[in-house]
Write a protein that binds this ligand. Structure first.
Ligand code: COD
Ligand code: ZN
Ligand code: ZN
Length: 374
């Protein structure tokens, strides 16, 4: 029996309060309104940003369904939807692309005016299409993929190749695109260059894959957790170092190793202190440092003014600079064409009801990317 036009009762992981575990709840997902799409979620990665909400580092209205790195199948569409239809395989875009704002009309930009990175509001009334026990449950950054079904705007979803393995390509929706694009689009890593990547989690490893794809000659992984070194080398790091193994500061080590610093450096630990270290590791004349990790909004970053008495560049990057609706499906096709391999990044696959276990694995540094199956 078709579910189109009717509310769907299903399960989702709901966060009622910060510092508390998720509870698996029965929720009701309303039918999509005009320019909205209802999706049966098939797979969703767990990202550090989800944990930042639990710990209170990212402030967002609760209760909410978290999760923003997902893939699924279109169940039904609202009036006026033209880019997807029921049955299509799709990827969720945590950064929408409306196609009409100043950003979308500029070929170089990607932070569309519809982005709600610090909010949850899906609709103009400021709520979501999900309720639980009669109460509105918000959808984190307008997505909320830790659910069996969700409704999102058409600008936040893109059709992907029908042969794509959703339990694999879902991580392209945030973590992979963020890291890979930081190297390709934000830093614009050049062939034969030298790169250093601070932080070898799923996003840092994706940066390494980007540096390798761009033809970097040396890629140095930097992490205080040596357990991450083997995987970093598998995906393309030419060497890995632990700052604690040196007497001199790591920026001095890299500066000396690379004759004046690395060409490209990436901060992917999420620590405010590492930003200055990464910038100082860059070549004094032309080095480019990209901040990939997001840091709580109230944190100030201290950087010595001396570091800018040089030709260095420090820049930000959001979701790897991709124009999501146009370019994320191409990344999915590139993955299927084996231009890069996501397998080393996905260390755990669990059912959605194990979401708290997945968060714990991430907090303990025991997983790279954990994929949940709703
Ligand atoms: N020096 C060296 N390594 C360090 C240091 C340090 N001072 N501190 C931590 N590390 C290492 C840890 O040992 C760990 O191996 C690594 O850094 C971090 O890895 P994970 O497993 O925590 O993480 P990732 O790669 O999944 O996420 C890290 C980010 C910093 C990218 C993440 O916290 C983040 O900020 N994500 C949001 C980025 C974004 O813009 N996303 C788009 C929307 S969500
Ligand atoms: Zn994310
Ligand atoms: Zn836009």
């Amino acid at each position: 029996m078709s579910t189109a036009g009717k509310a769907i009762k299903c399960k989702a992981a709901v966060l009622w309060e910060t510092h508390k575990p998720f509870s698996i709840e029965e929720i009701e997902v309303a039918p999509p309104k005009a320019h909205e799409v209802r999706i049966k979620m098939v797979a969703t990665g767990v990202c550090r940003s989800d944990d930042h909400v639990i710990s209170g580092n990212f402030v967002t209205p609760l209760p909410a369904v978290l999760g923003h790195e997902g893939a699924g199948i279109v169940e039904s569409v609202g009036e006026g939807v033209t880019s997807v239809k029921p049955g299509d395989k799709v990827i969720i875009l945590c950064l929408p692309q409306c196609g009409e704002c100043n950003t979308c009309l500029n070929s170089k930009n990607n932070i569309c005016k519809e982005v709600r990175l610090s909010g949850t509001h899906l609709t103009s009334e400021g709520n979501s299409r999900i309720t639980c026990k009669g109460k509105i449950v918000y959808q984190y950054i307008t997505t909320g993929t830790f659910s069996e079904y969700i409704v999102i705007k058409e600008i936040s979803v893109a059709k992907i190749d029908e042969g794509a393995l959703l339990e694999k390509v879902c991580i392209i929706g945030c973590g992979f695109a963020t890291g890979f694009g930081a190297a390709i689009n934000s830093a614009k890593v050049t062939p034969g260059s030298t790169c250093a990547v601070f932080g070898l989690g799923g996003v840092g490893l994706s940066v390494i894959i980007g540096c390798k794809t761009a033809g970097a000659a040396r890629i140095i992984g930097v992490d205080t957790n040596k357990d991450r070194f083997a995987k970093a080398k598998t995906v393309g790091a030419t060497e890995c170092i632990d700052p604690r193994d040196f007497e001199k500061p790591i920026q001095k080590v890299l500066f000396d190793m690379m004759n004046g610093g690395v060409d490209f450096c990436f901060e992917v630990t999420g620590n405010p202190e590492t930003v200055e270290t990464a910038l100082a590791s860059c070549h004094k004349d032309h080095g480019v440092c990209v901040i990939v990790g997001s840091i709580a909004s109230w944190v100030q970053i201290n950087i010595s003014s001396q570091l800018f008495f040089s030709g260095r560049t420090l820049k930000g990057s959001v979701l790897g600079g991709w124009k999501t609706k146009d370019e994320i499906p191409k990344l999915v096709s590139d993955c299927m064409a084996k231009k890069f391999n996501l397998d080393p990044l996905i260390t755990h696959t669990l059912t959605l009801d194990k979401v708290n276990e997945a968060i714990q694995l991430m907090k303990n540094g025991q997983c790279i990317r954990c994929v949940l199956l709703p």
